[in-house]
Write a protein that binds this ligand. Sequence first.
Ligand code: CA
Ligand code: CA
Length: 495
Amino acid sequence: MPDPNRASFAARVAALASLLLGAAATHATADPFSALIVADVPGAKITSAAAVAAAGDLPAHCRVQGTIPQTIHFELRLPLTGWNGKFYMAGCGGFCGSLEADRPGVVNALNHGLRRGYASATSDSGHAGTSVTDGRWALDNPGAEADWGWRSVTETARVSRDLVRAFYQRPAAHSYFAGCSTGGRMGLMSAQRFPLDFDGIIAGAPALDYTGLVATQAAWYVQANSDAAGKELLDRAKVPLIARSVMEACDADDGRRDGLIDDPRRCDWQPSRLRCTGPDGPDCLTAREIGVLDHWYMPVTGGDGQVLYPGGAPKGSEPFWPVWLSGMPGSKQPALMERFASDFLRYMAFVPDAGEAFDVRHYDFDRDPARLATMSRIYDAVDPDLSEFRERGGKLLLFHGWADPIVTPQRTLDYYDTVRARMGGNESTAQFARLFMLPGVDHCGLQPGPGAKSLEFDPLPALEAWVESNEAPDVLQIRWQMNDGSVRSRDVKAH
Ligand SMILES: [Ca+2]
Ligand SMILES: [Ca+2]
């Protein structure tokens, strides 16, 4: 039996679409959209719909906003001209918490799809926060934690696809998801648990082992840099000195002295090289500062020597530390790493919640990792079994910056190894899932790096060719616009 609600929803949206698509989009009035506002999308409520005129490189589109129970706010933009017949969904970063539909650039950006003619959606992941490091929403709120952890992407995709089908009178020919950081984790969650949702997934710098990263590694970073009174040990102003020393020592390891370290695991620079021979000064490191760096560059280990989180900060990531890891010189604000860890440990990591009295400096590496098990099942996208995603013809494009100091890259390499082992070996895995390790690239490429004013990296065209023409990507290009007007580029082969 056809669902009468669905039929009437589809009929109303279709009537609206014919009005809109038949008329000049820029002349559409608000009235036709009221049909969409009252339409009952199964399992969602449309709260607004409006025509938006073409502007810049964005086509005229119908902007639909709605909510999915309990409080997932989503936005879907339906091109009124030049729809490419496909659907695109963008992820979000950190703890998300706002509907960032006009985010610029290509990272977690809805308009990156719209610009290419996609019907494009994103969501706030199910809660409102004052910033991407605000975790207070998660206090005693397991429903919102499930939405952020795994539910918001599949629900937003489902509702969006219903709207797309009704609006254009045909389903999207292909569906894509693209996200970085938490958005990368969302992409892997989709491939692992909801493998039918997307034909192609971009998972950048995926925070896939979220509990290991934001509880255990982050607490390790913070505690290594704190004295008994909680005061920072590393002089923030010395980070550029460390960055220069590492680059001088290891830049040429890959055969090119170009400011990029191709594989930081081969860099043997040790913090003790900068040890002060006399009193402390701006050009050397004290014994305590060397101790901080020794901990930051190593894997997190428990009292029995067991590795609790792999990798550590990659050599070459130092230019990006002030924002993420060490804090900005001259500021008393903690770095983002500590702000993420504080709210995660207070409101998101444990059942029951630890609450606001919990200090990241009290995280116990022997006892607390085991207490993450419950929320690990909600947040962590670590399952290497991608059989269903492969069988439905899905393609997964992973990338990670080799100079990412916050979502450190080793965990992604380890995950990809487990996928290769589970999915029949390297060659078999490369048929549907490829990883690109990007030299010199910060977390999601958000900071372009020393001497550069911008960085361009867009794997979407390569993923489209893979999904739609079965042309697997062997090489992806990164381009930097340098401050001196020159262009630096790197072709990166699949790992
Ligand atoms: Ca909670
Ligand atoms: Ca180099």
